[in-house]
Design a protein around this ligand. Structure first.
Ligand SMILES: Cc1cc2nc3c(=O)[nH]c(=O)nc-3n(C[C@H](O)[C@H](O)[C@H](O)COP(=O)(O)OP(=O)(O)OC[C@H]3O[C@@H](n4cnc5c(N)ncnc54)[C@H](O)[C@@H]3O)c2cc1C
Length: 396
């Protein structure tokens, strides 16, 4: 069964139109306040559930929309133009769902995917630990097999949706002594609440909600596992140990394309605000867009934003064709995130003092953009991944 179904261009246009209207009516009026109040957007999450966004890439047989990555990234960019945090809430969840859809057993797909698609069980991806981020193989969370269950011990940090979510795709060591290290890594789907009774489960708790520079509409937190037990047949993705590292990196391909799509949203908004403002703000008797110094900025911002859009389209199309897309996703992620940071900074300069004001969107774009250079694999690592793929695909 293919993971996506083909939607017509008219379907996609209709969906983008509906989401655009929702952004205008419901998101735009509240985003600034919710962000500054560091408040989780419960009403908007309910709307996103209704729009089907938690099942965007889940196949319709399991209750999802079955969108292509190409359509999905367009949605992500559109929402990020208004408030990037919202896209984090469903995208980190989507990575968990895609791991089950791509690698899960039939029984796991039948059990988890309808719950994920409906938003009844929301979650995220639990890779990072206090002493292991880029070096994923250094994680120390351990799951030991005991009869029909796994017993999990360890701590994860910086996990998006950790507090407001209900479960997590958890990267663990099932064989901490394995060499090479990745052979001892497995992926578990770990609920925090019983999916049937919705009561909290024993052995798992959240640590503190982490404070952040931006991206405040989504919770980032710790997970602490102390002799947490889960049913092996439901939780061990694919039913086989030793494949978790491969699943995590597979999930990150989509995550990186999504990060790039968010970068496009931020860059587009910063550019749009700058083009408008530079025509109405006057200095020395003329609109600032007539000063060459501002034109140089606008020209570069526009070209880089367009290049970022094209790299995202390219990576999403390759993903949809079923290829392994480390290089394409890495290029899109690196370029679009650096572009978002650069364009947001230039937009702030073009707006002068108003760019620094908490009453306008510019300072939020500026605070949100740096995360894109760090999350889903830092931009230092992206360039290394691109180079390695380049060599692999072009042997001498
Ligand atoms: C807001 C936010 C949300 C997040 N959400 C999640 C989530 O949902 N799930 C999750 O699992 N994680 C999440 N993370 C964690 C994120 O993925 C990590 O922060 C990121 O992978 C980097 O790891 P680190 O912070 O440990 O940095 P480190 O790995 O310690 O890196 C520090 C620096 O060293 C550089 N570096 C490291 N290794 C190399 C190398 N081999 N070559 C060159 N340079 C190198 C890095 O590029 C970086 O500049 C989130 C982080 C943030 C800030």
């Amino acid at each position: 069964m293919a993971d996506t179904i083909v939607h017509s261009e008219a379907d996609e246009r209709q969906m983008l139109y509906a989401i655009g209207k929702w952004i205008e009516k419901k998101v735009a009026p509240v985003a600034l306040k919710l962000e500054h109040d560091n408040e989780w957007p419960a009403d908007l999450v309910a709307d996103m559930t209704e729009l089907g966004l938690f099942g965007a890439l889940v196949h319709p047989d399991y209750g999802g929309l079955g969108l292509s990555a190409t359509s999905y990234t367009r949605i992500v960019s559109l929402i990020s133009e208004e408030w990037m945090s919202l896209t984090g809430i469903f995208n980190t969840h989507m990575m968990m769902a895609i791991i089950v859809q791509k690698y899960g057993t039939e029984a796991q797909k039948a059990y988890w995917l309808p719950k994920f698609a409906s938003g009844e069980m929301r979650g995220g991806l639990g890779l990072t630990e206090p002493d292991a981020g880029s070096d994923l193989q250094a994680i120390r969370t351990v799951a030991k097999r005991r009869g029909d269950t796994y017993v999990v011990n360890g701590t994860k940090t910086w996990i998006s949706n950790a507090i407001e979510g209900h479960c997590v795709a958890l990267l663990v060591k099932t064989d901490p002594d394995a060499v090479p290290r990745h052979r001892g890594m497995s992926m578990l789907i770990v609920p925090k609440i019983d999916p049937e009774t919705r009561q909290p489960l024993k052995g798992v708790r959240n640590g503190k909600k982490l404070g952040k520079l931006g991206y405040k509409g989504i919770d980032s937190g710790e997970f602490i596992f102390e002799d947490y037990e889960c049913d092996a047949s439901l939780c061990l993705v694919g039913g086989k140990e030793g494949e978790g590292f491969y699943m995590a990196t597979g999930g990150l391909e989509l995550g990186r394309i999504n990060i790039a799509a968010r970068g496009v949203g931020i860059a587009r908004r910063a550019l749009r605000e700058s083009v408008a403002y530079s025509q109405v703000r006057k200095t020395m008797g003329k609109p600032i867009c007539e000063h060459q110094a501002i034109q140089l900025k606008l020209g570069e911002m526009a070209a880089k934003t367009r290049a970022a859009e094209l790299l995202v389209e390219d990576a999403a199309r390759a993903y949809d064709s079923g290829e392994r897309v480390d290089m394409e996703a890495g290029m899109a992620k690196w370029f679009a995130s650096e572009t978002a940071l650069e364009v947001a900074t230039e937009a702030m300069r073009i707006h002068g003092g108003y760019g620094y004001s908490t009453e306008y969107v510019l300072e939020r774009l500026y605070r949100d953009a740096p995360l894109l250079c760090i999350g889903e694999g830092t931009n230092e690592l992206q360039r290394i991944i691109i180079a390695k793929q380049l060599i692999k695909r072009n042997p001498a």
